[in-house]
Every structure is written in structure tokens, then in C-alpha cells.
Design a protein. Structure first.
Length: 277
């Protein structure tokens, strides 16, 4: 809507490819140009007053006791601007950050950040994630998938690579194994910190096919610069084809290496039984 404000001017903007990227860019452009106008207006007035009221031995100063109208004006106008921007941004904030506005997911994945990469988990062909157990988390099992839960046997795991269909609601459940990281998809205008011990939802709807960068935007150690991933936005047909290929490989691996039978659950003796023995 307001693309004319920044097209060919704010060339450092990467292409926006999500349903709400345009609204965010419009908001940024309005705030940017408002700040530019205020900046130059302030310095122009400063130069004018420096010249007009420079030292003159023949000029006498006069006392000025203020103007209520002028003070009211310069208080009211900025207040109106801030209220308008605040009301405008409130809808954008809740649309992208409030979990009560999370859209119904067409695709749902889990992302576990670590120094210095991204582990990704998709549900298996049954569409169900296996249960998680933090006690079972390790470098080889970053999500802590419960080895006794059959629903987790066919979960699809990737590293530094995400695939999504275009024009579908994507919900990412985000966490981290170690320090704070920041999940940053600049083309989608998505940025969310990942916190240890917490699962935080991030959502977007991509509108254009292509390969895009996933980066960590939080200084997280000596390898921070290399903490990158790739996001592939594909047509629904291409995405389903990719999923089928991955699931076929998982099924073949399960057939060749059947998972061990779940460990039997042993119950603790009751207090009466312990006392009896």
C-alpha cells in the first residue's frame, strides 16, 4: 500500500515474502520518513536561529515569559503521532506475537537451536509428534524423543534445512539446547528469541517459492557467524514430493533396523508392601 515510500530508496530491505511483510515494511517506512523529516526540520531551525540570533552588540535582549498555546501544540502533536503509530502497530504486534492469534497450522514443525546450528523435526506420516523427555536429550537426540513411544519412530529429522509449502500457515515450535539464540527469517520478517527450557511459537505464511536464509540474530558464541540454515519454499506438489521421499527413506530404515521393544515399566512397591518385607 505504501510501497512508494521506500521503493528504490530503502534498498537495504530484502524482498518480503510473507503475508504480513508488506504491512511491517509500510510501518517501518512511515516511522523512517517521519524521523527523517523531524531530523532535518530540527537542524534547519537550529541553523536559522543560530544565524538570526547570533551575537550583535547593538541588539538588546528581551524577556519572554512563554506561550501556553505553543507548549500545548508541541505537546499535543507528538502525542497524536505516537498514539496513531501505537494503535497501528498494536494490530501488527498481536498478529505476529500473540499466541491467541496463532493461525490453524497447515504445517507444524519443531526447531531446536544449538551452538551453532538448527535441528528440525517434522511429524511422521501419521501426523503425530513422538513424546519428548528432557532427560533423554543428547547430541544424538536433541529433541529428547522418548525411545519408548512408537509415535516418535517415524519422525522426520533434518539439520539446518526447512521445507514448507507456499500459501500455507506454518507454525514453528522453537526452543534451544544451550544458550539464547534468535530465529531470524529476514525475508519473512520473522524474528524470535529461543530460550532454554521454553517452547515458543512462531508463525508465518510464505507467498513466494525460493530458497531463503535462516540466521541466528543473537550473539551466541565464537561460531555465531556460521549459525545459518536454509528455508525452501515450494509449491504444495513439490513439498509433498519432498516429504514422500523423506518418509520412504525413514520406512526403509525402520524395516532394515527395527526399533528395540519398549522397556517394560516396573512399578515401585507400595509402602505397605515395603513395610511387609
Amino acid at each position: 500500500m505504501l510501497e512508494w515510500l521506500y521503493k528504490d530508496m530503502l534498498t537495504f530491505f530484502p524482498e518480503g515474502v510473507s503475508t504480513y511483510s508488506q504491512q511491517l515494511d509500510d510501518m517501518f517506512a512511515v516511522i523512517y520518513w517521519f524521523s527523517v523529516i523531524i531530523f532535518f526540520l530540527t537542524y534547519i531551525l537550529l541553523i536559522v536561529f543560530l544565524i538570526k540570533y547570533r551575537f550583535n552588540p547593538n541588539r538588546r535582549a528581551y524577556h519572554f515569559h512563554g506561550s501556553n498555546a505553543l507548549e500545548f501544540t508541541w505537546t499535543l502533536l507528538p502525542s497524536i503521532v505516537f498514539v496513531v503509530i501505537g494503535l497501528w502497530s498494536e494490530d501488527m504486534w498481536t498478529k505476529t506475537k500473540s499466541e491467541w492469534r496463532v493461525p490453524h497450522p497447515d504445517v507444524q514443525v519443531e526447531v531446536m537451536a544449538y551452538q551453532f546450528g538448527w535441528n528440525v523435526r517434522y511429524p511422521g506420516p501419521d501426523g503425530v509428534f513422538g513424546k519428548k523427555d528432557r532427560k533423554q536429550m543428547s547430541a544424538s537426540n536433541p529433541f529428547g524423543i522418548d525411545k519408548n513411544d512408537p509415535a516418535g519412530f517415524d519422525d522426520l529429522l533434518t539439520m539446518n534445512q526447512l521445507h514448507f509449502p507456499i500459501n500455507k500457515n506454518v507454525v514453528v515450535n522453537l526452543s534451544t539446547m544451550d544458550v539464547i539464540h534468535s530465529f531470524f527469517l529476514v525475508n519473512f520478517r520473522v524474528k524470535q528469541d529461543a530460550l532454554p527450557g521454553q517452547w515458543i511459537k512462531v508463525w508465518f505464511n510464505g507467498t513466494k517459492s525460493g530458497k531463503y536464509e535462516l540466521a541466528c540474530a543473537e550473539l551466541c558464541g565464537s561460531g555465531h557467524y556460521a549459525m545459518r540454515g536454509e528455508v525452501f519454499m515450494q509449491s504444495e506438489e513439490e513439498y509433498n514430493k519432498w516429504l514422500d521421499t523423506q518418509y520412504s527413506a525413514i520406512k526403509a530404515n525402520l524395516a532394515a533396523n527395527p526399533p528395540a521393544a519398549p522397556a517394560p515399566v516396573t512399578e515401585e512397591p507400595k509402602a505397605e508392601e515395603k513395610a511387609h518385607h
